[in-house]
Design a protein around this ligand. Structure first.
Ligand SMILES: [Zn+2]
Length: 240
């Protein structure tokens, strides 16, 4: 299944999750930007003795609003990256991360040496790619409704897109994975023509007859699908 979908653009962006960047959606798309972003220097700001306090402080550090965008396991420990989301729509480059030390219970807050910029409008108005990747993963693990996905994103403390954005992304995703949800009369007609040839196999079905009314106001179709053996049984039956 996965191999058959490898050409799918949604799934191919999903595989990019493995890229070692700092979680900015733009970085994945634009490799030049990625190099610049990954060369960001971070300075140590504060050490916490417990993870819960660290996370509570991180989301409101310096009176800005920070949203977790990526979690990375490293040799030093788990790094939880946050992006400034102080002004919605601006793509502020400011970033911080928490390092949950592997060797002890301390958590260190680091901040990127870069100025906040809340003037530029984000070019990306939809769901960020890394959030899409998480949604795809959730979807494949059985969280297929907008409500369950929002709930899981909340549990993962990942920035939540608008419910309507998730709905429309799910429509696209389903279409990519399973094909269109609706079929046209034209599709049915072609299928009937294709299946009207009586097969040699007595148990293989074929379309014995069909009726399609291609009327916009009142479209209608009827199919009669059978097999050679079923037809033979009919000949010996009193009631059909
Ligand atoms: Zn900012």
């Amino acid at each position: 299944m996965a191999a058959a979908l490898s050409d799918d653009d949604i799934v191919s962006t999903y595989t990019e999750e493995a890229t070692d960047d700092d979680g900015d959606a733009g970085d994945i798309i634009n490799s030049a930007k990625k190099m610049r972003a990954s060369s960001l220097l971070y300075e140590k700001v504060k050490v916490f003795s417990d993870g819960k306090c660290a996370e509570e402080e991180a989301v409101k550090y310096n009176n800005f609003k920070w949203t977790c965008r990526k979690i990375n396991d490293t040799e030093q420990g788990t790094k939880k990256y946050y992006k400034c989301s102080f002004k919605r729509g601006s793509n502020c480059p400011a970033k911080i991360y928490l390092l949950f030390h592997a060797s002890n219970f301390e958590v260190t807050l680091f901040q990127a040496i870069i100025q906040h910029d809340h003037t530029t409008e984000s070019q990306q108005t939809g769901i960020p790619i890394e959030v899409k990747n998480v949604i795809i993963e959730l979807f494949q693990n059985g969280y297929t409704t907008q409500k369950s996905i929002l709930y899981e994103l909340d549990k993962l403390k990942i920035m939540q897109p608008k419910a309507s954005q998730i709905s429309s992304f799910l429509v696209t995703l389903r279409k990519k994975l399973y094909g269109p949800a609706q079929i046209s009369l034209n599709y049915i007609k072609n299928w009937c023509i294709e299946k009207s040839i009586i097969p040699n196999d007595p148990d293989e079905c074929f379309v014995a007859n069909y009726y399609i009314k291609d009327d916009d106001a009142d479209p209608l179709f009827r199919l009669f699908v059978t097999t050679k053996n079923l037809m033979k049984n009919c000949l010996n039956s009193n009631h059909v």
